[in-house]
Design a protein around this ligand. Structure first.
Ligand code: NAD
Length: 329
């Protein structure tokens, strides 16, 4: 069976090639993103393997179906970018990797917190320039601070456990509370209550119509002045222009983003020689108290290995007529 991997980077090629040894899937790697323009490249591929910024709307799925694709194997947990109704109508199954390394993402969220708090990004540049002063680098103890976790699934729970280890007080917002986190001391409450009490807020819920722009101009008003917001979930969980206003006013004291609503046009490519066309992102990058990483929270050796293994198992099980990890909407 032939599978075409869109948006594949060199690290995908390494992990998938290793995991595919001895299996029955012939892998072909395509660095281009899946879009209406590139979908014809999948002609005669029964399996298309897609990542988070690939486009899987009705038009693209229609083109894939015409070319003979019967399975879309997502290399991600999130599937907000797939028109599942169209896939079903066209007879294309969709499978995903429900969990590969919750720790990888949770630990990246913590890395953003530590870097922002202790100004590591500024200190790094300063010492490399021979400037060994400390002004402007004062942080705060994490111990005893209140941390709000929005979405306490696999990643949110892993994040909460790490923050509990720092001695933080945990607040949580999730329609399905986790008794194990409650046992750890997490207090579940409404989102406005969490936003008004937490010094640090980290987003770990999926992007759905109900969570789009969950953090917006109205909800930002609830924040404690100078609060820290971390988003490693999905870019559209926050209304980015509203964040710019909150940063300018000081309502938001620190912002760590691994995801960005318009990231598909920018992330995963070297654009260092080009003028940045996205004015919102350009403005974000001017703030000393903002760190943006380019959707790298998942990027650990362990996570890549797990993504490759589960994806290949998903394909093999689907081919054997006992599909696993199906996304049904
Ligand atoms: P999960 O399904 O285990 O947990 C999601 C949690 O969010 C669940 O507990 C669910 O009840 C909760 N939730 C649903 N709607 C909510 C709402 N309106 N408000 C608050 N909570 C809500 O998923 P997970 O594996 O923990 O992943 C969470 C998200 O992280 C994914 O959907 C994905 O978007 C993102 N993610 C990002 C990266 C990255 O590299 N940055 C990698 C993997 C996943």
């Amino acid at each position: 069976m032939r599978a075409l991997l869109f948006s594949s980077q060199h690290y995908d090629q390494e992990s998938f090639t290793q995991a595919a040894v001895g299996g029955g899937v012939a892998l072909h790697f395509q660095s281009a993103r899946l879009t209406a323009d590139t979908a014809p490249l999948a002609q005669d591929y029964e399996v298309v393997c897609a990542f988070i910024n690939d486009e899987l709307d009705a038009a693209v799925l229609q083109c894939l179906a015409r070319g003979g694709t019967r399975l879309v194997a997502l290399r991600s947990a999130g599937y907000n970018h797939v028109d599942l109704a169209a896939a079903q109508r066209l007879g294309i199954d969709v499978v995903r990797v429900p969990a590969y390394s919750p720790q990888a993402v949770a630990e990246h969220a913590v890395a953003l917190i530590l870097a922002l708090n202790r100004r590591l990004h500024r200190a790094y540049n300063r010492t490399r320039e021979g400037d060994f002063t400390l002004h402007g680098l004062t942080g705060f103890d994490l111990h005893g601070k209140t941390v709000g976790v929005v979405g306490t699934g696999q990643i949110g729970a892993a994040f909460a456990r790490i923050m509990a280890g720092f001695g933080c007080q945990l607040l949580a917002y999730d329609p399905c509370p986790d008794p194990q986190l409650e046992a750890l001391g997490a207090r579940y409450m409404s989102l406005p209550a969490l936003l008004s009490q937490a010094r640090i807020i980290s987003l770990h819920c999926p992007l759905t119509p109900g969570t789009r722009h969950l953090i917006n101009a109205q909800s930002l008003v609830h924040l404690q002045p100078g609060a820290m917001l971390i988003n490693t979930g999905r870019g559209a969980l926050v209304d980015t222009p509203a964040l710019l206003d909150a940063l300018k006013s000081g309502q938001l004291g620190y912002l760590g983003l691994d995801v960005y609503e318009e990231e598909a046009k920018v992330f995963f490519e070297d654009r260092s020689d080009l003028p940045l066309q996205d004015d919102v992102l350009a403005r974000l990058l001017t703030f000393p108290n903002v760190i943006v990483t380019a959707h790298q929270a998942f990027l650990t050796h362990e996570a890549l290995q797990a993504i490759a293994q589960t994806t290949l198992e998903n394909i093999a099980c689907w081919a054997a007529g006992r599909a696993q990890n199906l996304v049904t909407g």
